[in-house]
Design a protein around this ligand. Structure first.
Ligand code: NAD
Length: 470
């Protein structure tokens, strides 16, 4: 595929292959942008600012709706590309498209609800005879930098609210899985004036800083790993930034929980997209009274999962994104085993596949759980009681989502208040998100919130206008 700059398709002499993680075949190639091309994209987005600001909110609403219709028409085609470039099982890719369509609808709706407020300015000294109100105005140009794991829905969580608030955009998708995000951007661009939606492709290390440091970019909206997020925060100067970063989400199962329900949710949460999900269940913290029963049931359910070709509709577990990712997971599992952990089921590797794996006797200081492990692992940590479970859950510099299983309302409230994360779900695993809820982590898991209403707020500036009416 090519880049899109000022509504023109751009390629370069240098390109990189996009590989299918299932069989390492080449799906397509993408151009490698250099400094000049990246600056061209910034110029295009800057020059188009006026043309989108001129559109009425009503027009923006219709444009986003029309783009949504086009996305719906191309659902199967784009889902297939997600599966080819990420190895995500096709049922997951189709679900991602369903969510993306809904995310775009949320954004269209939100484009009509960008309100300022009247300010009682006469409440302040000197404010008599002045009336004032605020307007929410666009920031200008937004650079959206996205990761490989949800290449369409995470891109739409940035592009759609940016457009709803009348900003221009540049999408820099992950080089691992850029194609479906580029297809999405092309669809959006079809419904807006030239230059409003642009894309650049290439290595984040090479072109990332050009976007991040450029004064004509007014906001960086980033989703990805913590090290890249910290790098962006350190280099973005006075720009607004939203950082949606890594997670190490705990799911606590207390002794009075519905064990069957907890097992079902943990299976989904730990193995979804082979565990390559920021809010995946990364630590299963179980009260000691029920740990044997829980572990046994989790092993049984894990055995039922079908590992295989991600294009088959009955496949549950596909490959990881590349072999480096498999080695990362394997190294952490091997270290945990050398420190006393036990592989109960799984632990098997073939090419880019890592089998869904239950690991017991896990201790908090093992890298498998002290760090984010992006793989299909359910590591079980034993807790003495609820206070111990909360302490384990909070013993991390991450704080994205958390889940708690209990039938005791007091324990539920205690956990909800004590766990330091952006969301806490009772009787659901951490791996839960709807696209309208405020989503974003505490601690090193991020800065700011996405979820369309909240992202739109963050894509605006507040201007106060006052009148002396004396
Ligand atoms: P990554 O940080 O390696 O890459 C993300 C994006 O940043 C890519 O487009 C990459 O090219 C770009 N990039 C790399 N270096 C850059 C630089 N110096 N400047 C600017 N951009 C640069 O992340 P990944 O491996 O693609 O994704 C996995 C990570 O993303 C995990 O940590 C996961 O938890 C996190 N994630 C978080 C959320 C969330 O909403 N909190 C959602 C999905 C994924």
């Amino acid at each position: 595929m090519e880049m899109l700059i000022n509504s023109k398709h751009i390629s370069t002499d240098k390109s990189m292959d996009v590989l299918n993680p299932y069989d390492n075949s080449i799906v397509d190639t993408i151009p490698i942008a250099d400094k000049k091309i990246t600056l061209d994209a910034i110029k295009s987005a800057k020059n188009a600012k006026e043309s989108i600001v001129k559109l009425t909110s009503r027009q923006i609403y219709y444009n986003l709706n029309d783009a949504c219709d086009e996305l719906r028409e191309n659902k199967k085609k784009i889902a297939k590309v997600i599966t080819q470039e990420t190895g995500k099982p096709i049922k997951g890719s189709l679900y991602e498209l369903d969510r993306s369509i809904e995310t775009l609808i949320f954004a269209a709706e939100e484009s009509k609800r960008i309100y300022g407020e009247s300010v009682p300015i006469d409440a302040g000294l000197g404010g008599e005879n002045v009336i004032a109100f605020t307007k929410k105005i666009p920031l200008g140009c937004v650079a959206a930098i996205t990761p490989f794991n949800y290449p369409v829905n995470l891109a739409i969580h940035k592009l759609a609210p940016a457009l709803a608030a009348k900003n221009t955009v540049i999408l820099k998708p992950s080089s691992e899985a850029p194609l479906s995000g580029l297809m999405l951007a092309e669809i959006l661009a079809n419904h807006f004036p030239n230059g409003v939606v642009n894309t650049v492709t290439g290595s984040g290390e090479n072109i990332g800083d050009i976007l991040v440091k450029n004064d004509d970019i007014n906001k960086i909206s980033f989703t990805g790993s913590i090290p890249t997020g910290i790098h962006i925060a350190n280099n973005s100067g006075m720009k607004k930034i939203t950082l949606e970063l890594g997670g190490n989400d705990p799911t606590i199962v207390l002794k009075d929980a519905d064990i069957e329900k907890a097992v079902k949710e943990v299976v989904n949460g730990a193995y979804l997209f082979s565990g390559q999900v920021c809010m995946g269940v990364k630590r299963v913290i179980v009260e000691h009274e029920i740990i044997d029963e829980f572990t046994q049931k989790l092993i049984e359910e894990t055995r039922k999962l079908k590992v295989g070709n991600p294009s088959s509709t009955d496949t549950d577990i596909g490959p990881l994104i590349n072999n480096k990712a498999v080695q990362n997971v394997n190294n952490k599992v091997e270290e945990a085993v050398s420190m006393g952990a036990t592989i109960e089921v799984g632990g098997k590797i073939r090419n880019n596949f890592y089998w869904p794996t239950v690991i017991s006797n896990v201790q908090e200081d093992m890298k498998l759980v002290s760090d984010e492990t992006f793989g299909p692992i359910a590591p079980i940590i034993e807790a003495k009681d609820i206070n111990h479970a909360i302490a384990i859950a909070n013993n991390t510099h991450y704080g994205l989502n958390a889940g708690v299983f209990t039938n005791n309302i007091n324990d539920a409230i205690k956990c909800a208040n004590a766990i330091e994360s952006g969301s806490v779900f009772i009787n659901k695993a951490s791996t839960f998100r709807t696209d309208n809820m405020p989503f974003g982590g505490f601690k090193n898991s991020g800065v700011g919130k996405e979820g369309i209403k909240y992202a739109v707020e963050d894509m605006c500036r507040t201007k106060l206008i006052g009148f002396n009416i004396k």
